[in-house]
Design a protein around this ligand. Structure first.
Ligand SMILES: [Zn+2]
Length: 143
């Protein structure tokens, strides 16, 4: 057995031990090897120091992060958003009706506004599609 192949199974096991994923038998096997192998012991200490530092960084990041969105505010806020949405739609619909039925508006402006609104609707539809149908790229991240 070569020098590298003797350590290879323990290098893989080292990551399991560091992540707390090794079962007791694996952890004991690794501890016995590290007790007699200076190279693996040094590597284990080095990776352990890195893990300690990155865990502390993660904890500092999440300590200041607002993971959940702010509270909804109950039914008054929901009612306010609903009224705002209905009012905006009514005003926008009235404005579009007047805009399209007024003969003074040149056709180029009328079609330009129609094209711009169509582009906005396409962007809105794509955003909704992306948010609801596409897989979450951060789904595998442990939060
Ligand atoms: Zn070793």
């Amino acid at each position: 057995m070569t020098e590298t192949s003797q350590h290879e199974p323990y290098e893989l096991l080292m990551m399991r031990v560091l992540d707390g994923e090794a079962n007791p038998a694996q952890a004991q096997d690794f501890a016995q090897h590290v007790a007699t192998c200076a190279a693996c012991a040094a590597e284990y200490r080095a990776f352990g120091a890195i893990k300690t530092e990155t865990d502390a960084m993660r904890d500092r990041i999440f300590a200041g992060a607002q993971v959940e969105p702010p509270g909804g505010g109950g039914w008054p806020v929901s009612l306010a958003y609903s009224l705002l949405g209905v009012g905006t739609l009514l005003v926008a619909g009235w404005w579009l009706w007047v805009f399209w039925t007024t003969p003074d508006v040149p056709a180029a402006v009328r079609y330009g506004v129609g094209a711009a609104l169509s582009g906005l609707l396409l962007l809105l539809a794509r955003t909704v599609w992306t948010r609801t149908r596409a897989p979450d790229p951060y789904g595998d991240i442990d939060r």
